[in-house]
Design a protein around this ligand. Structure first.
Ligand SMILES: [Zn+2]
Length: 490
């Protein structure tokens, strides 16, 4: 008895796990077709699609077929196993010669033997490539989801018949993928935004030091527009980072978006905890993972569910998120720059005659963001509707180069961006500088607040090319604590 073996696979977190589809077939008195090996419902139903597609091919099948998906302890999901199962049956029955084991096979079958697209195919392919596979056999329908890889081959097929034909007479189904990754950036990150110099300065410093950032201002003052430009301020992604970004996009939505700019995600405040953090069934990465290497923008910050914001805290510290599933946990990266925006009061027009909010309603509104979450923002900046003066901006191309430069310096110096410097290290700078501690004593900042201000001061000092943090750096950093002042009622 010949065993038909075809390799397919699944993703566990960021890792591709090869799955061997093994088939034995024989003639027996009673017919059966059984699939074993921790398959989900979609795979157990593959039986009907596979049998029908094989009949359409016109091959005579033995009536006793056993399919085993190994390793048994790995959970297999989805319809992508149809094609490898059908091929393994054909190998087991000597209809075709064995398929080389260095290529992985994915595809859903229709009842008449057409091969349908599979979601997340780019993530599967990139994962297989990383595991050392030489290529993948996949639905031609997925052609536009792929990116060109120099030493990795894609074979695309429209139908089981076409694939079998090509295996018999060695016609090549090699796809010639032209898709290039899209990394075009806006050369001038703030082009078209008049004024708002203080916010631009703060955003630039936030990116330069990796600081999380909160904007407070009335509706329509340009908070979203300013936030949306931040990916254009971030350093370009390295090849490895581009790979991660494309992988995660494909994994979560089967996305055809091949842009490798640092991502910009801006979920609505009604987003579920699972939608924001990741989870669900089957578990999928959430917005924080899609924002990995880029920006997570939370507009109308106080309107987000408390539970969602609570759940945000751990990944914000760790740079990754762990999602529980029936068997163990899956880890996804979530290293992003957080930018949040909010109104200064429920109506949004605080300080303007139009504002009709009572003192208590304003306090209640601000309290929604108080506490540990607010603590995460190194910079809090007021955005005004009109900015009365327009100063000379640095040439924005130089701006970008400087940001890249300063981030590299920080990594070289301490292995992390300033936003992640240890509290101890920050506070120790105070011991040696009486002037700075005198200034800070006059503020009503908490210890955590002081640490955050010192981190921003460090970034400003870096921006000035100064080795040590001076008074002017500290004073500017203190000017970016608008919400603290608002909360103190001033
Ligand atoms: Zn108001």
């Amino acid at each position: 008895m010949r065993v038909g073996r075809v390799i397919s696979g699944v993703l566990q977190g960021m890792e591709f796990i090869p799955v061997t589809v093994e088939v034995t077939a024989s003639n027996a008195e009673s017919a059966r077709f059984v699939i074993v090996g921790l398959a989900d419902t979609a795979i157990r139903e593959a039986k009907e699609r596979v049998l029908s597609a094989l009949h359409a091919l016109g091959v005579k099948l033995p009536n006793y077929i056993t399919v085993n998906l190994a390793p048994a302890e790995v959970k297999k999901e989805g319809t992508g196993f149809d094609l490898p199962i059908a091929l393994a049956v054909l190998v087991a029955t000597n209809e075709i010669s064995p398929i080389p084991q260095d290529r992985a096979v994915f595809g859903e079958l229709s009842l008449d033997g057409k091969v349908r697209g599979v979601s997340g195919i780019l993530a599967l392919s990139l994962g297989a490539e990383k595991k050392g596979f030489s290529g993948v056999v996949l639905p031609k329908e997925n052609e536009n989801d792929l990116i060109n890889r120099d030493n990795f081959c894609y074979w695309g097929t429209d139908s089981l018949a076409q694939l079998v034909g090509s295996l018999k007479d060695h016609k090549s189904l090699k796809l010639n993928i032209q898709n290039k990754v899209e990394s075009k950036r806006q050369l001038k990150p703030f082009s078209g935004i008049v004024g708002q110099e203080k916010v631009k300065r703060a955003l630039t410093l936030a990116v330069a030091g990796g600081h999380h950032f909160l904007m407070v201002g009335p509706p329509g003052c340009g908070k979203s527009l300013l936030a949306s430009r931040v990916p254009h301020l971030l350093p370009p992604l390295s090849e490895e980072e581009q790979y991660e970004v494309l992988f995660l996009k494909s994994l979560s939505r089967g996305s055809k978006d091949l842009s490798v700019l640092p991502p910009f995600r801006s979920p609505h405040h009604s987003v579920s905890d699972a939608g924001l953090i990741g989870g669900g069934s089957p578990p999928k990465p959430g917005e924080i993972t899609l924002a990995h290497r880029g920006v997570l923008f939370l507009d109308e910050f106080p309107e987000f569910k408390r539970s969602a914001l609570e759940a945000l805290r751990a990944p914000l510290e760790a740079g990754y998120v762990e999602i529980s599933r029936v068997r163990g946990k899956e880890r996804y990266p979530a290293n992003f720059q957080l930018i949040a925006a909010m109104n200064p009061c429920p109506c949004g027009y605080f300080g303007d005659p139009r504002c009709s909010c009572s003192k208590s309603s304003i306090q209640k509104y601000l309290n929604k963001v108080s506490g540990p979450m607010l603590d995460r923002f190194d910079l809090q900046v007021s955005v005004e509707r009109v900015d009365p003066y327009i100063s000379e901006v640095d040439d924005e191309e130089i701006l970008l180069e400087k940001i890249i430069d300063i981030r590299e310096q920080q990594l070289k110096r301490s292995g992390v961006l300033n936003a992640n410097l240890a509290s101890k290290e920050m506070l120790s700078t105070l011991n040696s500088n009486q002037k700075l501690s005198a200034i800070l004593k006059k503020t009503n900042l908490t210890m955590r607040g002081i640490v955050r201000v010192l981190r921003v001061s460090r970034t400003i000092a870096d921006w000035d090319g100064s080795e040590s943090v001076g008074e002017s750096h500290l004073l500017e950093a203190l000017s970016f604590r608008n919400l603290d002042r608002l909360m103190a009622g001033g």
